[in-house]
Design a protein. Structure first.
Length: 113
């Protein structure tokens, strides 16, 4: 079973960038579709990006054109490059095997001046 560990969050100013990492243990990583989600304060957790084992990507409209998901199967790691960040992107970010994998602890992203 793939167990994710997210990292790379922090405080960034509006318009700035961050790259999140998700290290996923488990020998089946390369064959799994991986996804990023986020949960803003007072809101439900939402899906934002997905990458298949073959590298096909899909994005939620709210992040399309600003965020990029990628993976390095040799490192069992999925990345989320976030550009042109907005205060509305403030949330805890999670990755997991799509659709039914385990949740990690998440990493906090705060966009504020």
């Amino acid at each position: 079973q793939v167990q994710p560990v997210e990292s790379g969050g922090g405080l960034v100013q509006p318009g700035g960038s961050l790259r999140l990492s998700c290290a996923a243990s488990g020998s089946s990583f390369s064959s799994n579709t991986m996804a990023w989600y986020r949960q803003a304060p007072g809101k439900e957790r939402e899906w934002i990006a997905l990458i298949t084992s073959g590298g096909r990507t899909t994005y939620a409209d709210s992040v399309k054109g600003r965020f990029t998901i990628s993976r390095d199967n040799a490192k069992n790691t999925v990345y989320l490059q976030m550009n042109t960040l907005k205060p509305g992107d403030t949330a805890v970010y999670y990755c997991k095997v799509w659709p039914l994998g385990s949740w990690g602890q998440g990493t906090q992203v705060t966009v504020s001046s």
